[in-house]
Design a protein around this ligand. Sequence first.
Ligand code: GTP
Length: 597
Amino acid sequence: TPLSHIRNFSIVAHIDHGKSTLADRLIQETNTVAERDMKAQMLDNMDIERERGITIKAQTVRINYTALNGEEYILNLIDTPGHVDFAYEVSRSMRAVEGSLLVVDSTQGVEAQTLANVYHAIDADHEIVPVLNKIDLPATDCDRVAEQIEDVIGIDASDAIRVSAKTGEGIIETLEAVVHKLPAPTGTLDAPLKAMLVDSWYDSYLGVIVLVRIMDGQLKKGERIKMLSNGSTHHVDRIGVFRPEMTEIDALGPGELGFLTASIKQVRDTSVGDTITHEKKGCTEALPGFKPSQPVVFCGLFPVDAAQFEDLRDSIEKLALNDASFSYEMETSAALGFGFRCGFLGLLHLEVIRDRIEREYDIDLITTAPSVIYDIHMRDGTVEQLHNPADMPDLTFVDHIEEPRIKATILVPDDYLGDVLKLCQDRRGIQEDLTYAGSRAMVVYDLPLNEVVFDFYDRLKSVTKGYASFDYQMIGYREDSLVKMSILVNDEPVDALSTMVHRDRAEMRGRAMVEKLKDLIPRHMFKIPIQAAIGGKVIARETLSAMRKDVTAKCYGGDASRKRKLLDKQKAGKKKMRQFGKVDIPQEAFISALKMD
Ligand code: GTP
């Protein structure tokens, strides 16, 4: 196919505005998939994605479309991940295509992720076609939303396409716009091979599958390729395209998107954004802007049942093979025993991995509170990176501590603005901007990442009844007055409950935590003091009074089977507990104690 008849594009949208539904429609309209094979949300592969309704791994599909002018086109659609945790993957996959459909729900309007994603598209020099979706709904207001797109994003929306991905209205117009409004790719067939590694994932039959976009040159089956980032070389044993099922072809040329397999064993051996060329006579200059993605949120994962430690190791190793942005190292905790300290791109990433371990590998986990990486500037001039508050060095050697900050953009209806400002203020935010787009306010805050990773998003949703949208980017490290707060249960420090807090808030947080723990820890046969401390100084204290915990006392000795049932029930309850010293701490305490109301 000549370059002039190829179009490569992505769909950018806020969550739930209909990206997957529209993609399904485009596939269906062009008969890319036989009707009977069509399942809802063709592009979302994994069960968890489907359940949570989010798209995590970029997927791609090649569509053959005969336009109204009678010409045959190849349309390559890349599905980009929509969540902030995967911002780097979004920005890379955008660079593999020339245009974007900007889908906005015409009953809702522009949201925070609409903005974040469209900025990635603008950064990648995309031609952008606005699509107003859900016009079948009574609340649709295309004129207002088009105006909002022009005001807030600053792109022309006067001929935005009006679509219902549900009924199919406007789908042909959308396909025609892809052909006539988006540019064709460029590239030279005779030049040395230059291809972008857009994405990669593990397949149990084929090993690692690499999604590539050919910039220049041609890639054929059987050739030897080289990754420019690390010089590793591989023999290409398969080349193909997604329709959307994998279909082998012999070669990929400039402007094309497709996959290769090359007996690569781990996804770790491939880096998104890397340049792929031929081993011999290859290109020497890499594609610009390559950087490996770095985990920013850390937490401990421990098996509830210590006997499952090896199973946990096994599951983590397997998941890591397929996810280069997930890091782990072994950790031992006095309270929780053997486990792993794991690093993630963000909270959603953490939840997805934790769910997969629990579900796919059937391991009950204790997850410790998420934490960020602090830079500890020592008096001797060195800098230590603190991944776990429990490892905080002796304060006498510490000069100052820096923490990561983010720029958060929140869009919210007027009515809830006050609550949002209060929430951001409570989380040590510094307001940077406040503007209006219609009846919605857009606030920009500089916030400590640590205050956001835990339950900020949940709180934001709850104070705005779900009407706010949120997006963030990292802006760097800044010094603040931070201290490590320890929690002592029955006079012994519980390392897994240590947290870094701001000095001015330590007392408030400490009091809240010990009060929560008092409710979370069941009464024992003895009195249990629960304390929060900074260094040696106790800043908050509660006492859990003693209780004789004899569950069978009420059974008058008579009914033996009932007695046994009660004991069994008590034993099952125990399983979810961790014994610490003489005290049983329930699993949920490790997370619940840190939630702020
Ligand atoms: P993520 O994949 O989670 O980012 O969401 P998405 O943007 O892909 O949204 P999705 O396609 O899952 O659609 C969200 C919801 O809107 C679903 O319940 C769809 O059925 C519904 N929906 C999508 N398009 C339309 C439309 O044109 N009309 C109506 N009435 N509902 C629609």
